[in-house]
Design a binder for this molecule. Structure first.
Ligand SMILES: Nc1ncnc2c1ncn2[C@@H]1O[C@H](COP(=O)(O)OP(=O)(O)O)[C@@H](O)[C@H]1O
Ligand SMILES: [Mg+2]
Length: 299
């Protein structure tokens, strides 16, 4: 299997992403186009719930290839990201061999540090993916520590990894790499230099309505409009956590389930938890007056 022909221009990326249900503007599509054609990693930053992770999934669908995901977290080490030895299986093999009477240390060592005992983790899988370039998503890289970031930097420049017991693994097909960050800390300049960079902010009302239409076609246009307008107004308030597109979709789905054809004060109060995820934020919105907010947003 080989790589499919890539989209010919950014407009084609917009169209092909749309076909997967992902709504991208030309600027984001241009970054994605360059990622696919230049083979450079794409770093996406932005608030949470604006479609950073989903873009990687949509690109994998577009390229008809596999998505390999590495979720970063504090304390993530190279081993859990690249490979581990199957310790239990190694122990068992040693016991079995001892029981059979054979006890040659050299051959045993060679045997238990072989492919059979290797546990592939996402980064190694991405390098050894033999069918065609996978999309490698390194998600929320800002959560990993700086040491891991330095390791990534090296990996992303050479696309190879050395396993002391097995040798060097070179990527058969270079993966298309998407990194995302919610910006809980600044990433190093060196990592940024290696990547193309794109900031995904909140979509404008029109684009967000289009996302609702794509993701939840069952929602009536007027309800989608009201939900989106209200969310857009909420984003202008000094909330501790502004609602992302994910919240818009949750809310629209909740209203649909509750059979509400439009947003009113009582419905807003009852379903607030879909959108505002702390009591302080809910209180702030109540103080502004739900009815004021609704009239301003929905008309
Ligand atoms: N542009 C978009 N087109 C389609 N769906 C989107 C878009 N942006 C966000 N979504 C939807 O919003 C939700 C959150 O997106 P996600 O990628 O998880 O956000 P992030 O990674 O930025 O926190 C997902 O369900 C995703 O499908
Ligand atoms: Mg995400």
């Amino acid at each position: 299997m080989t790589n499919l022909p890539l989209p010919a221009d950014p407009q084609a990326v917009v169209t092909e992403l749309q076909a997967t249900g992902y709504v991208a503007d030309e600027a984001l599509a241009t970054s994605a186009f360059l990622l696919l054609h230049l083979g450079r990693p794409l770093l996406l930053e932005g608030p949470s719930g604006v479609g950073k992770t989903e873009l990687a999934q949509a690109l994998a669908t577009l390229c008809q290839t596999e998505l390999i995901r590495l979720q970063c977290y504090e304390g993530l080490d190279v081993h859990s990201a690249v490979y581990e030895w199957n310790y239990q299986k190694q122990l068992l093999a040693i016991r079995l061999e001892e029981a059979s009477g054979a006890n040659r240390l050299d051959s045993k060592q060679a045997q238990i540090f072989s492919e059979e005992f290797l546990l592939e983790r996402p980064l190694l899988s991405a390098l050894r993916h033999s069918a065609k370039s996978p999309v490698l998503l390194i998600d929320e890289v800002d959560r990993a520590d700086e040491e891991f970031e330095a390791f990534l930097l090296e990996l992303l420049s050479v696309f190879q990894i050395t396993i002391p017991e097995l040798g060097t693994v070179q990527a058969t097909h270079r993966p298309h790499v998407v990194l995302t960050s919610n910006r809980t800390r600044e990433l190093s300049d060196a990592l940024k230099r290696r990547c193309l960079y794109h900031w995904i902010g909140y979509p404008d009302a029109e684009q967000e309505q289009e996302i609702v239409r794509q993701r939840l076609p069952q929602v009536e246009a007027e309800l989608a409009r009201q939900t989106v307008q209200c969310i857009q107004s909420l984003r202008e308030l000094p909330l501790s956590k502004s609602p992302g597109v994910a919240e818009t979709l949750d809310w629209a789905q909740a209203l649909l389930l509750l059979n509400r054809p439009h947003l009113d004060e009582l419905t807003f109060e009852r379903t607030m938890g879909c959108v505002l995820k702390s009591t302080e934020d809910q209180e702030l919105v109540r103080k502004r007056g739900l009815d004021n907010l609704l009239t301003a947003a929905v008309g």
